[in-house]
Write a protein that binds this ligand. Sequence first.
Ligand code: ADP
Length: 485
Amino acid sequence: MSGLDLLAPEHHGLFIDGTWREAEGGASFAVIDPADGSELTTVADGSVADAVAALDAAVAAQASWAKTPPRTRGEILRKAFELINERSDDLAHLMSLEMGKPVAEAKGEVTYGNEFFRWFSEEAPRIHGRWMENPVGGSRLLTVRKPVGPCFFITPWNFPLAMGTRKIGPAIAAGCTMVVKPAEQTPLTMLALAAILTEAGLPEGVLNVVTTTSAPKVSAAVQADPRLRKISFTGSTPVGRLLVKQAADNLQRMSMELGGNAPFIVFEDADIDAAVEGAMIAKMRNMGEACTAANRFLVHADVAEEFATKLTSQMGSLVVGRGQDEGTQVGPLIDEKAVDSVTALVSGAVEGGAKLLTGGSAPSGPGYFFTPTVLLDVAADAEINSQEIFGPVAPITVFTTEDEAVTKANATEYGLASYVYTRDLSRTIRIAESLEYGMVGVNTGLLSNPAAPFGGMKSSGFGREGGFEGIEEYLETTYVGIAAD
Ligand code: ADP
């Protein structure tokens, strides 16, 4: 399987009940290369009827899949893990083409995303309930863990593989069937994943993929169906709110991994070189297009100049280019809308008095590029500090006391990732306990780890993906009381 084979049309249909099929009426849509705006290929444009057919297949497969032994479910995941490892170069190339990220970063995502399959292949046989004696005697109390049932997954374009595997992995392990709707910008990676899972032995109907440009209509119809038992979404907070409202009628279980506004706090006692290195990862991984991306740099006044100078030097020397070109460190953003939004946030900050230390605009020429940018003395209430930037821009705001840093860090509706650099252990504990975030990175710019519970609070959503917690989202509990002396 070479990168080009992955673009061949045999896997560009809808994947329903174990077969590739055309969308209703043969509809299709184009997948665009963000490096130059050209058409890479086309994929099926699924309708509401297609999505309901996918749900029919998931519902039909549910009972037998739930009865499939956990070890068998785990071994399918393990086999898929091995196949993905064998094809990591091709998958990385494909992801780079449709999403824009440098191939080296895409390889990192394949490794990271694939770990969810390995992790959950190991979790499947460890699902268990309990047996206990009634504390007052007279009965035994048992708990039975059962799959929640057919799931609907909506995934974003920024991590086309990992945002799928972190939902598909635990669902397969728990015995759930599913319909997946990948983002319309990046459908190809999910289709390749469906082909690999089939090769790994996943039975018909367990995983169904519907690519579509009609996400709102398709999602509303699938959620209106009482047979659907769970929805897991990764994407923007406004869409998450809508999905939560739509889940109300049928009381579907929900996992919502929504937007972030991560603070990156650097204290005066931090190792500044390490903080700059961590900042480059927290900011520039995925061109800044990550919900965990450092969005606001809060730096103590004593070290702000040193930090800003060193960060500017590194940001200013990054190589921007096509993700498949050797040496590229920063690829294009996903589309023109993304470039316009980042441009507006930077202009607003500069108009509000921020100093532009490097970058600041989109280069001329084809593709959706934006030059890595550092802004100093950004007003705390600037729009760039309250909005998710989703681009290669580092706004720095200066603080003087620990209380001020914590207050500023928590002054957002979001609560996903946060980062702190300090060498003071007591401060580390105080800060980790006072930050209103689902994740706190201490002296590290990289938090994502399949063995850890990923997720947020407040407007960043709820539910956890990965870790021991990840499988709980896919399990129901039935308590059985048995009279006994
Ligand atoms: P972004 O703005 O970064 O693309 P979105 O939240 O719009 O973030 O997209 C994330 C995922 O949600 C994508 O798969 C997209 O197709 C899907 N989506 C967007 N709008 C809706 C909607 N109204 N209902 C269901 N899914 C949606």
